[in-house]
Design a protein around this ligand. Structure first.
Ligand SMILES: Nc1ncnc2c1ncn2[C@@H]1O[C@H](COP(=O)(O)OP(=O)(O)OP(=O)(O)O)[C@@H](O)[C@H]1O
Length: 220
């Protein structure tokens, strides 16, 4: 079953920019997306996260036909992590727990999952800190942990390495590996070498059009 199967997806904010994806079939666990600034990468991710609604000839998500009726419901299975995501003015623990609290998860399960994910993202010592007490890299790791904590089927990452130092990158690489058995990823980045080391396939975006960049056999 494909993660996404899309034909002729079109979205415009206004007359100045149009995203037009002729065809996108995602059968990989991880694909990368590169392209110049303003070419439409974020716009594509927002459409694939069901946060922007365009028009399409065919749009399937995990084998389900996307329709007007289920569009908003499908959001539950996919998480978009923005390049500069915003944290709530609450503790790190509460920020990471937030998506599960929204979903009505029990307090016990929340605590257990937050513990596990903050361990993976090396945030254990920061659980009681507030956002303004964190460095940029720490804040980014909190945002990433908040996306991974409820194990959505698909995670869309917009420039995830921005703000991360070497240790942060190692952590992210490890988490991508740990989650590769249960989560699929689309990653926007300008770091093509890094994308090639973690993705099975890479696409380019130019003036709103998506093209395959290079098929690649994953190392190790
Ligand atoms: N909310 C909006 N309203 C109107 N136009 C927008 C909006 N968001 C983005 N755009 C325009 O749509 C085009 C594509 O933007 P988008 O953010 O998808 O590009 P991008 O490839 O992600 O860029 P970057 O690499 O700089 O993040 C740009 O011309 C941008 O100015």
């Amino acid at each position: 079953m494909s993660v996404y199967s899309v034909e002729q997806l079109k979205f415009s904010y206004d007359k100045r920019f149009t995203l037009f994806v002729e065809s996108f079939e995602m059968n990989e666990k991880c694909v990368g997306l590169v392209g110049p600034s303003g070419s439409g990468k974020t716009t594509l991710l927002l459409n694939l996260a069901f946060l922007l609604k365009g028009k399409w000839k065919k749009f399937e998500f995990l084998g389900q036909n996307v329709t007007e009726a289920n569009f908003e419901r499908l959001r539950r299975h996919v998480t978009y992590v923005a390049q500069h995501p915003v944290l709530l003015r609450r503790t790190v623990f509460e920020n990471v727990a937030y998506p599960m609290a929204l979903r009505g998860t029990s307090r016990e399960e929340i605590t257990e999952r937050v513990e596990k994910i903050t361990e993976l993202f090396d945030l254990k010592d920061l659980l009681n800190k507030k956002p303004w007490q964190l460095s940029g890299g720490q804040a980014k790791r909190v945002c990433l942990a908040r996306a991974f904590v409820f194990e959505p089927k698909v995670i869309l990452l917009d420039e995830p390495t921005a703000d991360l130092d070497e240790k942060g990158r190692e952590i992210l690489n490890n988490v991508l590996k740990v989650f590769s058995d249960r989560t699929s990823f689309i990653i926007v980045s300008h770091e093509i070498d890094w994308l090639e080391s973690v993705c099975e396939k890479i696409y380019t975006m130019n003036d709103g059009a998506l093209k395959e960049y290079r098929a690649k056999v994953k190392k190790n």
